[in-house]
Design a protein. Structure first.
Length: 265
């Protein structure tokens, strides 16, 4: 029987999801996906019919894969379409944690990096989650200081390590479909005293560039010639002004790819 969310207490509503209480289990909540898409810290906003369903499918496939790989996540199951049942947080950590394998996006401007530069190992950065401030990045030296000297240092160390681990796990999964995971941003909360991956992992969470050739050499200092950024499958298509039906098509392609994660070892 379908859940009736009109009868449930709404705990929070964000740009792309609504969180509802679970009256049958105080330790879990329902996460319901919306058709909304935003960019520019919420300045750009549209509704794409059907996006909630493909985002939910992508999120379901990725979190089930991560759970199978032993990664610590909030995800439990998906009781119906567009709905995920997740563990309730002790508290949310107000950060976005970004890991990068290939230089793209904002790091080209603020970091002065060449597009396509390859990072080995992946680099991981912390951004304070604040739209008016445009999610400013925290200095790596200060993060190192927090880890070594502050009482919550273990939390930051865990997030940095877990983010890099998840990146390599998902990078290998997308590679099976001839796609390079360029970068991603994840969010965390504390559950049972441990930093845990929360929120969603969908087309708005990462950059995906298809391989440009049959046998790309992805161990070069710069891999731009080995990849096809013009064929990207991610929210950059929306940021760059593509038509909404084209954006929806890219998100649907992502969902088709992640539907194959269940067949991966």
């Amino acid at each position: 029987m379908a859940l009736s969310f009109s009868q449930l207490k709404k705990i929070a509503e964000g740009k792309t999801k609504i969180i509802y209480e679970n009256p049958d289990d105080a330790g879990t909540v329902f996460m319901v996906f919306k058709d909304d898409i935003t960019a520019g810290d919420g300045v750009k906003h549209d509704i794409i019919q059907g996006k909630a369903l493909v985002d939910w499918q992508t999120n379901k496939d990725i979190f089930e894969y991560l759970n199978r790989k032993g990664v610590r996540t909030h995800y439990i199951e998906s009781p119906e379409e567009k709905v995920s049942l997740v563990r309730k947080l002790d508290f949310k950590i107000n950060l976005e944690v970004v890991s990068r394998r290939v230089a793209a996006g904002s790091i080209l401007k603020w970091g002065g990096e060449a597009e396509g530069k390859r990072y080995d190992p992946v680099i991981t950065q912390f951004h304070y989650k604040d739209d008016p401030l445009h999610d400013p990045m925290l200095d790596d030296t200060y993060i190192d200081y927090i880890i070594k000297a502050k009482k919550d240092g273990d939390m930051f160390a865990d997030m940095r390590s877990l983010n890099a681990t998840i990146f390599t796990v998902l990078e290998a999964a997308f590679a099976a479909f001839r796609i390079q995971l360029v970068d991603f941003k994840l969010e965390y909360g504390m559950i049972d005293g441990k930093a845990t991956v929360i929120d969603e992992i969908t087309g708005g969470s990462f950059r995906l560039w298809p391989y440009a050739k049959d046998n790309p050499d992805l161990n070069q200092a710069n891999v731009l010639s080995e990849l096809n950024p013009a064929g990207r499958l991610d929210k950059d298509t929306y940021r760059q002004g593509e038509a909404l039906d084209a954006v929806m098509n890219k998100f649907a392609q992502i969902a088709k790819i992640t539907s194959g994660f269940g067949e991966l070892p």
